[in-house]
Design a protein around this ligand. Structure first.
Ligand SMILES: CC(C)(COP(=O)(O)OP(=O)(O)OC[C@H]1O[C@@H](n2cnc3c(N)ncnc32)[C@H](O)[C@@H]1OP(=O)(O)O)[C@@H](O)C(=O)NCCC(=O)NCCS
Length: 113
């Protein structure tokens, strides 16, 4: 199953300017926050989580919250979903690709149940 999401980086920047750290904590855990080096990355992670929820078919809500999904990075910097995320949703595989340009971040996710 596939999911995709796009978000303007300024939306995340505005959230951070308004709510500071709380903005990131709303949708990222502490380990994920350590990986955030720019608003572009923060927007990409938001898009990745929304795309994951769309691949699942639930959207973000009770069945799948932002904090139920954990993004990690491998040695080369590729974003991936943690094994606990796969276990939580009983998935065999979940892959994500993130890109940003022109003030937007986009993510595509493929999952296999
Ligand atoms: C599904 C979700 C991720 C939609 O995201 P969105 O950014 O509002 O909207 P997008 O434009 O990215 O996507 C909308 C499209 O997603 C698709 N979609 C809707 N529900 C879906 C679902 N359960 N599974 C897969 N795809 C879904 C639809 O095609 C929809 O477009 P359409 O209604 O014109 O057909 C939704 O769960 C969501 O908005 N969560 C946000 C939660 C939140 O806390 N937001 C805070 C805002 S400050």
């Amino acid at each position: 199953m596939i999911g995709i999401d796009v978000i303007s980086v300024s939306r995340i920047e505005n959230m951070i300017n308004k709510f500071g750290d709380k903005a990131l904590k709303r949708y990222l855990n502490d380990n994920e926050i350590k990986l955030i080096k720019s608003p572009h990355t923060a927007a990409g992670f938001w898009a990745a989580k929304e795309a994951f929820s769309k691949a699942l078919g639930t959207g973000i809500g009770e069945e799948c919250s932002f904090l139920d999904i954990e993004i990690i990075k491998d040695k080369k910097g590729k974003p991936c979903f943690s094994s606990s995320t796969l276990e939580k949703f009983n998935l065999k595989q979940a892959d994500v690709s993130i890109s940003h340009d022109g003030g937007f971040a986009i993510a595509a996710v493929i999952i296999m149940k």
